[in-house]
Design a protein around this ligand. Structure first.
Ligand code: PLP
Length: 429
């Protein structure tokens, strides 16, 4: 039994001060029906809570910590950058070096603009696409998440051809009136919509591998199809790689699938664990951004030297031979191990792994390709497994609909520990 006395006391205090006791909803553990755990520190593959319990961490700050907690390279880079001053309000050397590293590694990225979050990145990319094309409509996919900007927090109305509806109180209907929501992996529906609205569509934005309904991969031809229909209609294709960048492949999903977008958004990993976002792509499009062009976008903290240094150190480590491949190989071992344990104990589960990300869906279905399939998963069973894993010292995100992550710090021993944790929990389900 976990002892969580200090955690409970602190969360009670947090609840009086912060809505839900958290600063981002998923951290409240609502989907698994328990009080969240207050964390004290991280070390390599582990998180340690305020009561001293230690967990193999598969949340990793929801993706950014691809080197693990307190990686020496990142920490040293942060210390050195901090020693030189923590903000200049002017371009610094790190921004240029990080831009160079990203532009040289990520296909179709000719220029980049750094911002402070993934939300800012997608919001700005949409404005740029609208400004560049002179069109208003955008297409997004059910179960894809692009941050919390109004135009992108839309859900599908009924029927393929209806416009999006606000997905939260506080979003005016007008803010999502130009957002069309289509089923993920449904190219036919996209083609139908493009046949009607194509000439007024500025962009299709897509998570090339969805990570925000759990990990759902694109079916064969889906991304290629999006590339084709956008090109035919004179619309832009935006790959939201805030999560998948440096995670599904060391150069992102574009490299993995051989499909090149016009604009790409990044975040998470490229800040080495500090707040960050970025968007970039074709030079002729990016030149439309202020001050080169007329489309306005700005940020007090954009390109902050400490964040840029942390990102630079992180991507430099990942570019060393064998590093990224090593994380991928251990993620595969972990996914294989969990799959075998599920089979052994007769637990219907679909384990999806790609690059350094994975999900365990509790479902009888053969394939999980869209939000509708994900929504049919046994979330009660997921909550049970989550609780059991905590007791085994393994932490996964507290929702069936979040991706799990691995890092360079997750050694084979950490992988074995996680598999053992799943095994013990499955045995008693
Ligand atoms: N886009 C994707 C694909 C994401 O996964 C996220 C966050 O999880 C965002 C955008 C928003 O990023 P942020 O939370 O940094 O605003």
């Amino acid at each position: 039994m976990l002892k969580l006395n200090r955690s409970i006391d602190l969360h009670k205090k947090a609840e009086r001060l912060l809505p839900g006791g958290v600063n981002s909803p998923v951290r409240a553990f609502s989907a698994v029906g328990r009080r969240p755990i207050i964390m004290e520190s991280g070390s390599g593959p582990f998180l340690i809570d305020v009561d001293g319990n230690r967990y193999v961490d598969h949340i990793l700050s929801y993706g950014p910590l691809i080197l693990g907690h307190r990686d020496r390279n990142a920490m040293d880079a942060i210390a050195i950058a901090t020693g030189n001053g923590i903000g200049f309000g002017a371009t610094c050397r790190y921004e240029i070096e990080l831009a160079q590293l990203i532009v040289s590694g990520v296909p179709s990225m000719e220029m980049i603009r750094f911002v402070n979050s993934g939300t800012e990145a997608t919001m700005s990319a949409i404005r740029l696409a609208r400004g560049f094309t002179g069109r208003d409509k955008i297409i997004k996919f059910g179960g894809n998440y692009h941050g919390h900007a109004d135009a992108l927090l839309a859900r599908a109305g009924s029927g393929v051809m209806t416009l999006g509806l606000p997905d939260s109180p506080g979003i005016p209907a007008a803010a999502v009136a130009d957002t069309l929501v289509v089923r993920y992996n449904d190219l036919e529906a996209v083609e139908e919509i493009m046949a009607v609205y194509g000439e007024s569509v500025a962009a299709i934005i897509v998570e090339p591998v969805a990570g925000n309904m759990g990990v759902v991969c694109p079916v064969k031809g889906f991304l290629q199809g999006l590339r084709r229909v956008t090109r035919e209609a004179g619309a832009l294709l935006i790959f939201d790689e805030v999560m998948t960048g440096y995670r599904v492949h060391n150069s992102g999903a574009q490299a993995l699938y051989g499909v090149h977008a016009d604009l790409v958004t990044l975040g998470k990993v490229i800040g080495g664990g500090l707040p960050v976002g970025a968007y970039g792509g074709r030079r002729d499009i990016m030149q439309m951004i202020a001050p080169s062009g007329p489309i306005y976008q700005a940020g007090t903290q954009s390109g902050n030297p400490v964040t840029m240094a942390a990102g630079l150190a992180t991507l430099s480590v990942l570019s060393q031979p064998g590093k990224w491949d090593g994380i991928e190989a251990r993620t595969k071992s972990l996914a294989d191990g969990i799959r075998e344990e599920a089979l052994l104990h007769g637990i219907p589960a679909k384990v999806v792994q790609i690059g350094t990300m994975f999900s365990v869906f509790f479902t009888e279905e053969e394939e999980v390709t869209d939000w509708e399939a994900v929504a049919r998963c046994d979330t009660g069973r997921f909550a049970h497994v989550f609780q059991g894993l905590l007791g085994q010292g393994v932490l996964i995100p507290p929702s069936q609909f979040e991706a799990c992550f691995m890092s360079l710090a997750h050694s084979s021993a950490a992988v074995s520990r996680s598999i053992e944790g799943f095994s013990r929990v499955f045995k008693h389900l």
